[in-house]
Design a protein around this ligand. Structure first.
Ligand code: ATP
Length: 548
């Protein structure tokens, strides 16, 4: 599948538009169109239903160390600035960026990839040619190799047919792997001259905003970069206001904001996006087992929702990669088509966070010293950021023990999940047209029926003989219960194709026989199989096929 085909379909059929498109768009921001909003809502609903409201706290799920409860929250986007100081985001949540003095462009340091190449470079103003070796770079894409070759041809002033005169190093490596940070022989991604990249600099990813009309910089707050912190700071409220007992989890879906330096790859890296996060609170002695349970359960969820191919994988972080608070983390990753061959992008991180968050919001920002978490101090030995001073411990009346729960955090992105489902679903095959015509190419989205934006489309075979009346009656009945469309325009084969392209799993056609025996045809998007169903049984039939 070519990414540009999916991007074109998303625009053409109203899944995704660039934000503020009529003004040229705003990099890193996206709008979901009429079908996109349904698809993303279905992704979020499936998650919320499967993880939170549909959870049965009275049974032990396969692989779980015991029973557990689930509940939800919907917290504010702007929170007290101290939240971000104690969580570590204020000090630590940054990326390195690098500027190009020539083009004035800014890049994320770890996104620049390149390779050494040797060739003959003509001197300026007719000076003799000499052999030079430069590190040619590009922003990593699906076609990194091709982009590097083009940049090198341009730099050496060669035509494509002369490409063989260039001698390349085998490896494409990140510029961040340069041991001494000497970029004097580096050709920036869009530059004409070498040595124009600056030293990398740190850049905080949180969007700053001022709260209140008279706000000064002292009133600066931040748009949340993750939904998780709202759950931590409400831990006591949830325990005190509900009957949940540890172990329990709190789910939240909501917008998060990160001022990403190089937003790219469609919605994969946006500046405004939605997260679906769970903070699961448990006894320290059981945290390892719960971590494994959640890691496997979340992976299985993607499989069940249709990401069943070898493009989905789970990757455990090694020690060096772990965040400062984390005891263990696994990423659930998908081989998005815009990445280079063999590369995967993160869909979800499942992290064992220990008691870092609850303790930090109680005591003040912690840092790791060996195996211990200790209060971070400034140069004068004073705690750097003070916590709330509130007791975040939990008394377990069955164990007769007071402890600060450990936390397992499955943190996923609704937009990345939606994008992965779209990428996986995009299929091209050839099939005969429904009206018995010859085989022709068919583009369809093989979305799980729960995720499909439109569950069924209802057609009268022809626009006469009372068929439209029966079809619109069926449409009216089904519409009360699910998202359906009615279409009577054009040949029925074309109507099927229109629905295939937006992933509608079922098409219902009212034909001559309907008028005689009350049955309609039900066509399956994937198998193209058609069966006859009594029109009164349609709702139950569809509900059975779609699942919860
Ligand atoms: P990355 O390394 O790709 O920047 P991350 O490790 O910073 O991601 P987390 O902080 O673990 O991401 O956030 C949890 C989830 O939120 C990610 O797995 C992803 O699905 C989603 N997410 C994070 N940043 C973005 C973004 N800029 N655009 C869209 N989704 C995002």
């Amino acid at each position: 599948m070519r990414m540009e085909d999916l991007v074109a379909l998303c625009k053409r059929r109203g899944f995704l538009f660039q934000s503020s498109e009529i003004y040229g768009g705003l990099n890193g921001f996206w709008d979901y169109g009429p079908l996109g909003v349904l698809l993303k809502r279905n992704v979020k609903d499936a998650w919320w239903n499967d993880m939170v409201v549909g959870h049965n706290e009275m049974t032990v799920l396969p692989g779980a160390p015991g029973k557990f409860e689930m509940t939800g929250l919907d917290c504010s986007i702007i929170m007290h600035p101290q939240v971000w100081k104690c969580s570590g985001h204020y000090d630590l949540f940054h990326d390195f960026m690098i500027d190009c003095r020539e083009t004035k462009k800014r890049y994320r340091f770890d996104h620049i990839k390149g390779s050494w190449v040797k060739g003959l470079k003509h001197g300026e103003n007719g000076a003799p040619a000499s052999e030079v070796r430069v590190f040619v770079t590009t922003i990593e894409t699906e076609q990194t190799r091709e982009a590097l070759e083009q940049a090198a041809l341009k730099y050496f002033g060669l035509r494509k047919k002369d490409a063989a005169s260039l001698v390349w190093d085998e490896d494409v490596v990140g510029i961040d792997s340069f041991p001494d940070g000497d970029f004097s022989n580096v050709l920036g991604p869009d530059a004409k001259h070498v040595g124009t990249l600056t030293e990398p600099r740190e850049f905080n990813l949180m969007f700053k905003t001022i709260v209140g009309a008279l706000g000064s910089d002292d009133d600066a707050s931040f748009l949340r970069p993750e939904t998780a912190q709202g759950i931590f700071v409400n831990f006591k409220n949830v325990v005190d206001s509900t009957r949940v007992r540890v172990p329990f989890g709190v789910g939240q879906i909501g917008k998060s904001f990160r001022n990403e330096i190089t937003p790219r790859n469609f919605t994969f890296r946006s500046r405004e996006f939605e997260q679906m996060e769970i903070e699961f609170f448990c006894h320290p002695s059981e945290s390892e087992a719960w971590y494994k349970f959640w890691r496997d359960r979340r992976f299985q969820w993607y499989v069940d929702m249709g990401l069943a191919s070898e493009r989905l994988r789970m990757r455990e972080h090694d020690k060096a990669e772990l965040a400062h608070y984390s005891v263990g983390t696994a990423d659930i990753e998908y081989a998005f088509p815009f990445l280079s061959e063999g590369e995967f992008g993160e869909l979800e991180g499942v992290a064992h966070r220990g008691n870092f968050d609850l303790r930090s919001h109680s005591e003040g920002k912690l840092t790791r010293e060996g195996d211990e978490l200790v209060l971070e101090k400034d140069a004068n030995g004073v705690p750097k950021w003070r916590g709330s001073g509130k007791d975040m411990s939990y008394f377990d009346d069955l164990r007769k023990e007071r402890f600060i729960p450990h936390v397992i955090e499955p943190s996923s992105g609704a937009d990345r999940a939606t994008l992965a489902f779209l990428c996986e679903a995009y299929k091209v095959d050839s099939a005969p047209t429904a009206d018995g015509g010859k085989e022709e190419e068919r583009v369809y989205l093989k979305l799980h029926p729960r995720l499909a934006p439109v569950k069924a489309a209802i057609f009268p075979l022809v626009k006469k003989d009372g068929m439209p009346e029966v079809a619109s009656e069926i449409y009216g009945e089904l519409k009360k219960r699910m998202s359906v469309q009615y279409d009577e325009k054009g040949a029925v084969g074309r109507r099927y194709r229109r629905q295939d392209e937006i992933g509608t799993p079922y098409c219902i056609t009212v034909d001559g026989q309907t008028l005689k025996d009350g049955t309609v045809t039900l066509r399956d998007r994937d198998t193209l199989e058609q069966i006859r169903v009594k029109k009164d049984d349609l709702l139950a039939e569809l509900q059975g096929r779609i699942g919860r």
